[in-house]
Design a binder for this molecule. Structure first.
Ligand code: DAH
Length: 371
């Protein structure tokens, strides 16, 4: 029996020499000193042995148990010390903090802001919850006007006071970090309080808010979210971003519109980008024009992106209609102005060659990390 006990002791000692980590040491303790550990089982068996052997075997076994336990605890303490000290190893390479980046839509919004700021345009924000009056009526689309059908609008049935507070909160805007003066502007969408509430389907109502409060000369852009009741596909989302711009003063002509937009598009898409003005119709501008740029993908040769035309439609624009001036109390005989509006997602898709608008809002890091 004593032989067996010595074998257990020898094995335990050898294993103790080999044990390196806290985990090794704990496994060792369980193996010999745990409830079913080899040494513990042996000690239990002593009771069944001949009476005369019990005292000496018991004494020896208990001594081995005590020493082994002591040694394991000592080694564990040392291992813990090593573990605590390890992070102080200054020769180990550091952990890189992972930095976030700006969303591609934010990048385009910033770029558009930068370009127009340099042209002297001021940035204004308008409310996302609008009234029928601002979204349609004041923009020369009275009830029943066919052009309302072009904008599939979300109407709000009931608006709680909470939503009104949110809406008022976004009436203020600073300048998006550009160098032009940062004017603040607040809007109240509820001046025409009997009007139906809706989610704005374009940023053009900001024109009305600004002109109601200010007198010309005015040079403003407004960037923000708009909402449309659309089925989602690669080029349609129920929420997207637009930029609206307009300029009003005495003597503003179509050539000002052309000049500003040509400078803008050449800054945004690169110098010498071909720009074309095509007659069009919007109820709030007369004359109206849609603006195309030479296809960025095929350089005008014709491809699937430009539907073989060599041109990409990029924005709507025109000279502000006299009826819009009348709605805000401006004298259309005295003032003229131009306005334009465009979708930010579309610009980002063309700029970065992205073929599906949904990618912008799926928050897939593999997509976002590319920008
Ligand atoms: N509001 C138009 C849209 O959502 C874009 C637009 C066209 C804005 C012509 C304008 C404009 O200011 O003059 O499609």
């Amino acid at each position: 029996m004593e032989e067996r006990l010595k074998r257990i002791k020898g094995e335990a000692r050898r294993e103790l020499d080999k044990a390196k980590t806290l985990e090794d040491l704990e496994a060792l303790r369980v193996k010999y000193l745990g409830r079913k550990g080899a040494l513990i089982l042996f000690i239990r068996e002593i009771g069944k042995m001949p009476k005369e052997m019990r005292p000496s075997l018991g004494k020896l076994a208990n001594e081995i148990k005590k020493t082994l336990n002591q040694k394991i605890e000592e080694r564990k303490a040392k291992a813990k010390e090593r573990r605590v000290l390890a992070p102080l190893d200054l020769t180990l390479p550091g952990k890189k903090p992972s930095l976030g980046g700006l969303h591609p839509i934010t990048q385009v919004l910033n770029e558009v802001t930068r370009i127009f700021s340099r042209l002297g345009f001021r940035i204004v924000q308008g409310p996302e919850i609008e009234t029928d009056y601002y979204n349609f009526e004041a923009l020369n689309m009275p009830p029943g006007h066919p052009a309302r059908g072009m904008l599939d609008t979300f109407y709000l049935e009931k608006v709680t006071s909470h939503m009104i507070r949110i809406n008022r909160g976004i009436g203020e805007s600073g300048n998006r970090g550009s160098s032009s003066p940062s004017h603040r502007f607040s809007v109240s969408p509820f001046q025409h309080s009997c009007s139906q509430l809706l989610l704005r389907s374009h940023t053009s109502p900001v024109q009305i808010h600004v002109m109601e409060k200010e007198k010309p000369p005015i040079r403003v852009i407004s960037l923000g979210k708009v909402y449309r009741y659309e089925a989602v596909d690669a080029s349609h989302l129920p929420m997207f971003h637009q930029v609206e711009g307009f300029m009003v003063d005495e003597g503003i002509s179509f050539s000002h519109l052309k000049g500003v937009l040509e400078v803008f598009l050449n800054e945004l898409f690169g110098p010498k980008t071909p720009v074309r003005f095509r007659p069009s119709f919007f109820p709030y501008t007369e004359p109206s024009a849609e603006v195309d740029i030479g296809c960025l993908i095929c350089k005008g040769k014709g491809c699937s992106v430009c539907k073989r035309t060599g041109w990409l439609e990029i924005l709507g624009s025109g000279m502000i209609d006299p009826s819009v001036f009348k709605a805000v109390g401006y004298d259309p005989e005295k003032y003229t102005g131009f306005a334009f509006g465009m979708g930010i997602e579309r610009i980002a898709m063309l700029k970065y060659n992205i073929n599906d608008m949904r990618l912008f809002f799926e928050n897939d890091l593999r997509f976002l990390r590319q920008f």
